[in-house]
Ligand binder design. Sequence first.
Ligand code: ADP
Ligand code: MG
Length: 327
Amino acid sequence: MNLRNILIFAICFLTFSCKKTVLKPQTQYVLGTICNINLFESGTSDLYQELFSELNAIDDKFNVNKEYSEISVVNQNAGSGIATNVSQEVYELVRRSKEYAMLTENSFNPLLGAIIKLWGIGSDFQKVPEEKEIQEAIKHCDPNSIVLSQTDGMYFIEITDKNASLDLGAIVKGFAADKLVKLLKEKKVSRAILDLGGNIYVFGDKSKSDQNSLWQVGIKNPIMPQANPIEIVSLKAGSVVTSGNYERFFIQDGIVYHHIFDGKTGRPAQSGLASVTVISENSELCDVLATALFVAGTTENFIKRFDEQTIKIVFVDLDGTVQILSI
Ligand code: ADP
Ligand code: MG
C-alpha cells in the first residue's frame, strides 16, 4: 500500500468509526406511563440514556407512589408542623402549581390528594365512595394549606392540613417534556418527537429539506379511542396535550367514573366534555390547562388570563362534537 492509499484508508476508517450508531425510537415505562422518544438522526445511545435518566430523576422526586420521593415526604409531614426541605426544582413546580390553581379558580388543583386517594381510580381499591366520605375529603383540598418558604438558599414546603396531600399528576408530564426540550436545545438536536404517555412535544424542523413543512399530530377520538383521530393538528413545533375521560376509569352500574376530579364536588368532573386538547409551546401550561378546562368546561373564563402565549384548544364533547378555540 502506498502512502496515498494508506491515507485514504485512514480517513475512511476514522469517518466510519466516528459516526455514532443511530438507534430506533426508544420506549420506557416511567412517570406512571409509557414514554416514547424519537431523536431521528441524533438518536445515539448516550443521548437516549441521558433523556430517560432525566425522566427517572423527575419520577423519583415527584411520584406520590414512591415512598421516598420529595413529594411523598412533604405529604407524610402534613399537619405535623414540619416544613420539608426540598430541591429548588420541586419547590418551583409546587409554587407554580399553586399559582395555576389560583388562575384556574382551583379547576387545576395540586392538593387534591384526599379525593384522588378516596376514589383510588386505576388502583386495586377503586370504588365509588360514600357521600359523607366525599364531603369530608373536599374539606382537605384547599391549596392555601400549601406553605412555601425559603431560608439561606434552602427551600421548604409545608402542608398545614394533616389530611391534605399533594398530587402533581396533572402537571408533571408537561413539566418533564419542557425539561427534555431544554436539553434537546442544549445538545443542538435538530428534530425529535417526545411522547410522554400521550403528552406530545414535536421539536425542531420536521423536514431538513423543507423548513416550512409542519408536524401533524392526531387527537384521539375520545368516544372510540381505537378509531381514526377525531382531529389532526398541524404545527411548526410545540406541545399537544390531551386530558380525557377514556384514559383511566372504571364503570359501575353503567356510569363511567374517570380520573379527573372536580374539587368542588369531590367527584369525576362532569363538564359535558369527553376530552380537551391544548396546543402551545409550553408543555407544562398545556398539561395544566387540559386538566383545568376538562374540569371547568367550554364556558369558563380563566383562559383569558393565559393570553401571553399562543394557545389553541380542541374541545370534544360527550357526543363527539369538536369545537376549536384559538387564543
Ligand atoms: P393524564 O395524567 O391522564 O394525562 P391529567 O393531566 O388530566 O391526565 O392528570 C390527571 C391526574 O392528575 C389524575 O390521575 C390525578 O392524579 C390528578 N388530578 C385529577 N384531577 C385533578 C385536578 N382537577 N387538578 C389537578 N390534578 C388532578
Ligand atoms: Mg394535565
